[in-house]
Write a protein that binds this ligand. Structure first.
Ligand SMILES: Cc1cc2nc3c(=O)[nH]c(=O)nc-3n(C[C@H](O)[C@H](O)[C@H](O)COP(=O)(O)OP(=O)(O)OC[C@H]3O[C@@H](n4cnc5c(N)ncnc54)[C@H](O)[C@@H]3O)c2cc1C
Length: 487
């Protein structure tokens, strides 16, 4: 059992930024929980390409236009404008000044701006191809200096505590739904505890792991989305899952992202018989077309010609030493599975990468449940529309992490919100539980979900595939419900 003023569920860029902003008030008590055993483990940690800054000859209007164009008419212009105007200055304030991240730069001090698909300017700041790792190290170091932030690892949020659902007072039925914290599974003790809070911020990241092929690490299972949905929060644009066109397709290293920056630096997609094909699908942008266009083009080539993969060739367009210098992580990881990325093309396939939809929030990260905020990849701010522009997601975590925290700060300073007592909220009900859960059943269910999502709710969808997915998932849902109620 724990009490805190602000409970932040998830410690990637969004959760960490919110915590840093809140920690500025020394009176605030903030708790970050993460299901991972290591505090920096998150999607953020694996980000390669970089994050958007204010590039050369750039402006927030140009960035706004690129975001809206990539979003296929579904992005919210208001949200995209917030990102385009607040993002780059916040990057300097939080990442460079507070977290001390040093992005790649020339000897003159001028940033080495990277180019990515569908960006009209070179505006991507990066730290080699391990930008996410550098960001998480910087944010963690900054958080370590905050006495009022507590970080708990191996702590998995399993359900939000909401009224009237968890309330013992029948009169709560007449009040709006409100959130008062979370039930949290402590993996060290194998037990579930109540965490009470005045404000709860969901920052649990994406859901790539519900697909068979994904670039996401194991923690990205959509936990936050499921909890928010069960609690009655509105979910928007859940159909817009972004598939990254180029994940490595080699046994033993499936899912390793081959960053978009590789095409930004001149990499070209080829069929296995070395035919370049992107100009057939996007005469204007060719290999630098938006992700959805490139991913569908690869899928189409693979399906039409029966290829198991296509190739991505940078070696013919950049000297080997430059490749090793610019993409050390990708180079090293490819070498481990016998491919010299600086001398030969790499086999790639599309993979689930980013969740454009999520828990619907307003410009301050507020959900439609009182005291519940959602930030980062779990949220739908409207920025990404039907397709995310490359390198906007880290920036979105930064902007909405900061915004949600400042809203929470104002709310806590101005209101005399009363936290419920532990007695008001029932402990986790463990009655009727029997033997230890059978891991084979859990693993089997997860693999079934991943296969259904990949085949029927993947890159190309139609009514037959979606109906099949609904039927099979409904059946599985019944099985899983019974399993969890008795184990
Ligand atoms: C391989 C890869 C490369 C990428 N490259 C880029 C890039 O170059 N530029 C860019 O802008 N974006 C990139 N992205 C996307 C970007 O990294 C993510 O969208 C972003 O980091 C999400 O940040 P977040 O804070 O919302 O979530 P995450 O960073 O994913 O953090 C989620 C946190 O929630 C925790 N969590 C999850 N479930 C629970 C639970 N039930 N209970 C408790 N804790 C929980 C996790 O442990 C973690 O701490 C990339 C993504 C991947 C996978």
């Amino acid at each position: 059992m724990a009490k805190t003023e602000v409970l932040i569920i998830g410690g990637g860029i969004a959760g960490a930024t919110a915590a840093l902003r809140l920690a500025r008030n020394p009176k605030r008590q903030i708790t970050i929980i993460t299901r991972a055993s290591e505090p920096q483990e998150s999607n953020t940690r694996y980000a390669q390409g970089g994050i958007i800054g204010a590039g050369l000859d750039d402006s927030s209007e140009l960035l706004l236009k690129d975001i809206l164009d990539a979003g296929a008419g579904v992005s919210s212009p208001h949200a995209a404008r917030i990102l385009a105007t607040e993002g780059p200055p916040l990057l300097t304030e939080v990442l460079e000044k507070t977290a001390g991240v040093v992005f790649d730069h020339a000897e003159t001090g001028e940033p080495l701006w990277g180019q990515e698909a569908a960006h009209s300017r070179r505006r991507i700041l990066h730290v080699g191809d391990i930008t996410g790792r550098a960001i998480m190290e910087g944010l963690s170091a900054a958080l370590a200096k905050c006495d009022n932030v507590k970080i708990e690892t191996n702590a998995t949020a399993v359900d939000l505590i909401t009224f009237p659902h968890h309330s013992r007072d029948p009169l709560d039925n007449y009040r709006p739904i409100s959130c008062h914290g979370s039930y949290v599974f402590d993996r060290n003790e194998s037990s579930v505890h109540r965490y009470l809070s005045h404000a709860t911020i969901l920052a649990t990241g994406g859901l790539g792991r519900i697909y068979r092929n994904t670039t996401n690490p194991p923690g990205a299972r959509g936990d936050g989305l499921a909890m928010a949905h069960r609690a009655g929060a509105r979910i928007a644009n859940a159909e817009y899952v972004q598939f990254h066109p180029t994940a490595l397709s080699v046994p033993g290293a499936e899912g390793l992202l081959i960053s978009e920056a590789v095409r930004g630096e001149g990499g070209v997609l080829l069929t296995p018989d070395l035919r370049s094909f992107m100009s057939d699908y996007s005469p204007k942008w060719k290999d630098l077309a938006p992700r959805d266009v490139v991913a569908r083009a690869i899928h189409h080539e693979m399906e039409t010609h029966g290829y198991s993969h296509v190739l991505l060739d940078l070696a013919s367009h950049m000297p080997p030493e430059k490749i090793r210098d610019r993409f050390p992580y990708i180079y090293e990881q490819c070498l481990k599975v016998g491919i010299d990325f600086s001398h030969e093309p790499v086999p790639v396939v599309p993979a689930a990468h980013y969740f454009c939809g999520g828990v619907l929030v307003d410009e301050w990260g507020r959900t439609d449940i009182e005291n519940l905020y959602a930030i980062g990849e779990i949220s739908c701010t409207g920025v990404h529309g039907a397709n995310r522009l490359a390198s906007t997601s880290l920036l979105e975590g930064l902007v909405w992490g900061n915004r949600a925290a400042s809203h929470v700060e104002n709310a806590l300073s101005s209101e005399t919100s009363v936290q419920p007592r532990f007695d008001d909220i029932p402990p986790w009900d463990e009655s009727g539980l029997s033997a230890d859960p059978d891991p084979a059943l859990i693993q089997g269910d997860m693999q079934t979900i991943q296969n259904i999502m990949w085949h029927y709710v993947g890159l190309v969808r139609n009514a037959d595939r979606l109906s099949r997915a609904i039927r099979e998932l409904r059946h599985l849902w019944n099985e899983i419900e019974t399993f969890y109620r008795t184990r």
